[in-house]
Design a binder for this molecule. Structure first.
Ligand code: ADP
Ligand code: MG
Length: 310
């Protein structure tokens, strides 16, 4: 039986602007195609920081001069970013696979991820998004349902919550494509956050961490390994300090201890280690790997990166 890998792409796998992304997806596709050529079943997930920033920024700027131009809810911005990033990735992956004589269909699933309306993060939306607004503009946006907060004397900004994922709505579709030996791109940007209300899924004012969403997906499709590709080859304790120590392997007990001792920065390495730990604890034998994009193959072979699990 082929091993199933969920491969979570970080910011450096996708670039920072349009030409940057066009170039980055080509390099990224080579890495993914190498894994497929080696016989792994791969599901691709990815972040969307710069892209969703560009989308929210463009609509906010337009809305300031065009009365008819809307400020878009975060859920819609994530959906747009999934389409844009998915398009570039599936286009580059198709070409890279065809160049190797691998005839594998590649497609992106616009993916909704359920979050809990009672998630504590909704009590205090803490993540600021996009442009600054005057008090009057902020009040007008507030009446339209956006959450607005004063930001350190600089003006008002939209804020969103960061709830944990509880379900992947399109998981059966991901599984069906995987079982049909197709390459799937899913939960882009952590997925479109939705709250369940009977048969209705309502877009939530939130962003879901892509590492957490990837771990949830890996759990739900019974993946063997979660690989988080990022800007460092390994994770470290005492990161950036003179006694910095790079880690090859981390048991779940050690991972928990180092989290408690605050070795991992919130918003960057912490969600990765927490997500890796959560996946590795979800079933015996499950392991997570954190490493650089171009070290993915070596990492799977145990030559580098940090492995989390028992
Ligand atoms: P991505 O786009 O891949 O999610 P992030 O910037 O969010 O990337 O997270 C990766 C970054 O986390 C690294 O570039 C590194 O600077 C930072 N980091 C914080 N704490 C640690 C740590 N303890 N060990 C390694 N890297 C860390
Ligand atoms: Mg990140």
């Amino acid at each position: 039986m082929k091993k199933t890998i969920v491969l979570a792409l970080g910011g450096n796998a996708l670039g920072n602007d349009l030409p940057g992304q066009m170039a980055a997806v080509k390099t990224t596709s080579v890495v993914i195609a190498d894994l497929i050529a080696q016989g792994y079943r791969v599901v691709v997930t990815h972040g969307n920081g710069p892209q969703v920033g560009m989308i929210t920024g463009a609509f906010e700027a337009a809305s300031k001069t065009e009365a008819k131009s809307p400020v878009l809810p975060m859920s819609v911005c994530v959906a747009l970013s999934q389409g844009y990033i998915g398009y570039d990735l599936q286009n580059a992956l198709r070409e890279e696979l065809l160049n190797r004589g691998i005839n594998k269909p590649v497609a992106t699933i616009v993916t909704q991820v359920e979050v809990d309306a009672a998630d504590p993060s909704f009590k205090n939306p803490a993540k600021p998004i996009g442009a600054f607004y005057s008090k009057e503009e902020a009040e007008a946006l507030s009446r339209k349902g956006f959450e607005m907060r004063e930001d350190a004397g600089r003006g008002y900004r939209r804020v969103v919550s960061s709830p944990k994922p509880v379900d992947i709505i399109e998981k059966e579709t991901v599984k069906a494509m995987l079982d049909a030996d197709q390459l799937v791109i899913t939960v882009g940007g952590g997925g479109i956050p939705v709250i369940r209300d009977g048969n209705t899924l309502r877009g939530a004012n939130a962003v879901i961490d892509k590492d957490w969403a990837s771990a949830k997906l890996a759990e739900m499709i019974d993946a063997d390994m979660l690989i988080i590709l990022t800007a460092v080859e390994k994770i470290a304790i005492n990161f950036g300090k003179p006694n910095e120590q790079w880690l090859d392997k981390l048991t779940s007990a050690d991972a928990q201890r180092y989290i408690d001792e605050k070795h991992f920065a919130p918003g960057s390495m912490l969600p990765k280690v927490e997500a890796a730990l959560s996946f590795s604890r979800s079933k015996k034998g499950r392991k997570a790997l954190i490493t650089l994009l171009n070290k993915a193959k070596d990492g799977i072979e145990g030559k580098t990166g940090t492995i989390i699990g028992d």
